[in-house]
Design a protein around this ligand. Structure first.
Ligand code: ATP
Ligand code: MG
Length: 398
């Protein structure tokens, strides 16, 4: 993960915020005021690190809130005592605990360089997602309310670009990308999972705009006959309330939750009703396969002896991931053929290798055929029918 000044300011801010809150809870108000002032400055630096004016504006607002807190605790007034007692009660659950979770949450962040142009096909899907955050982040006319989607469910066969879509969304928004595999979360934190989910949303809120990607989303719905433990119920209800949005009207922070699943029919209606947009990410059609092949072959400097449309025809029924694997396998067979002396060079050592430039040839029909022998699509016609049925049914329910 790359470290930039904004990230440094943010982690320093978190450290100082803890100091401010500890001081406040102990009643050391002038220390708290000084630390809040420092928080404001660090948040201002964090704001300056974004190139997006709307993100900057929103973070500067947060910085202003810390300044106000600093002023509030700096002026010695009796009313602090009651503020202190109220808040101490609220936080009796243990701020240290919560901080531990927030540290774990920061580890879920992933740096992404994926751009929209790295995703072949799925034009309509890309446009729906862009429209969702465009509406959420653009200025609304005074006095006008426009609701925007903040929860999107992506469903479809494996390897069709769901994770890519989420990464590109985060990349193009300059947003933090929290990539969460729900089954890992539940098995790692079990009874504590709902605390982690709250911490996740709290950090995502502070670092807005954020994209929370919840993969294997169906794992959040326990099987109906599992006896439904209290812990599981708590996880689901915490998550449902986070999906309903902490967003108040004045809150301009933006968290886009993207759930992804290969098994949408396992989700229960309470969960589904939170996703205003459910987007089917299907197997690529001809045009999409052609652009995926361009991404994984042409743009990587490879040519084919046959018309590329032969490859398009041969990959009917393949998901994007399988097309990528097919390209890699074909490229490997070509490079082996074109570089027969490479193994000898390996035996001679690194110096000999570093002087050698790999030879490249156009990919032949044989390269394609030998790759097709090894890579097979896993999505069956039955599965496709199931996705289509669910898609129709779900459209009628919305
Ligand atoms: N539309 C696409 N354009 C370009 N490459 C793609 C596309 N779809 C898939 N790929 C390739 O396949 C890989 C896997 O895609 P991705 O992880 O987004 O699939 P997924 O839908 O999230 O799968 P799963 O349901 O198994 O999690 C990508 O890293 C990319 O290399
Ligand atoms: Mg995925």
């Amino acid at each position: 993960m790359s470290v930039n000044l904004g990230d440094m300011a943010f982690s320093e801010y978190r450290r100082v915020l803890k100091r401010a809150e500890d001081a406040r809870l102990k009643g050391a108000f002038s220390d708290a005021a000084a630390a809040y002032r420092q928080c404001a400055e660090l948040y201002r630096q964090y704001a300056a690190s974004s190139t997006d004016p709307s993100i900057r504006k929103q973070r500067l607002k947060q910085s202003e809130i810390f300044l106000q807190k600093s002023r509030q605790y700096g002026s010695s007034s009796v009313s602090h005592q009651s503020v202190h007692h109220q808040e101490a009660r609220k936080e009796a659950a243990g701020p240290a605990d919560r901080d531990d979770y927030e540290a774990d949450v920061l580890n879920l962040r992933q740096h992404t360089n994926i751009k929209w142009k790295d995703i072949g096909g799925l034009e309509e899907t890309k446009n729906s997602i862009k429209a969702a955050y465009g509406m959420a982040l653009a200025q609304k006319p005074k006095g006008v309310q426009i609701n925007s989607w903040r929860n999107i469910l992506l469903f479809g066969p494996p390897g069709t670009g769901k994770t890519l879509l989420a990464a590109a969304t985060a990349g193009s928004l300059e947003a933090d990308f929290f990539n969460v595999k729900v089954s890992n979360l539940v098995s790692k934190y079990f009874g504590e999972t709902s605390k982690l989910i709250s911490a996740l949303y709290s950090v995502a809120h502070q670092r807005s705009p954020s994209v929370i990607y919840m993969d294997e989303f169906e794992s959040l719905t326990p099987p109906r006959d599992s006896g439904d433990s209290g812990a599981e119920r708590r996880i689901v209800s915490t998550f449902l309330s986070e999906l309903d949005g902490l967003a108040t009207k004045e809150d301009e922070s933006f968290i886009l939750t993207m759930g992804a699943t290969n098994f949408p029919w396992l989700l229960d209606s309470a969960m589904l009703s939170r996703f205003q947009r459910r987007i089917y990410v299907p197997l690529p059609d001809e045009a999409a396969r052609k652009s995926i092949l361009e991404i994984h072959l042409t743009r990587r400097g490879h040519k084919t002896t046959q018309d590329i449309n032969e490859w398009v025809k041969a990959t009917r029924g393949f998901a994007g991931r399988e097309i990528e694997q097919l390209c890699q396998t074909a490229i490997a067979s070509m490079t082996q053929r074109a570089n027969p002396g490479l193994l000898d060079l390996v035996d001679q050592g690194r110096k000999a290798l570093s002087k050698y430039e790999i030879k490249i040839e156009p990919l032949t029909e044989n390269d394609m055929k030998s790759a097709l022998d090894q890579i097979h699509p896993i999505t069956t016609a039955d599965m496709l029918r199931q996705y289509d049925d669910w898609n129709h049914q779900s459209e009628h329910q919305m």
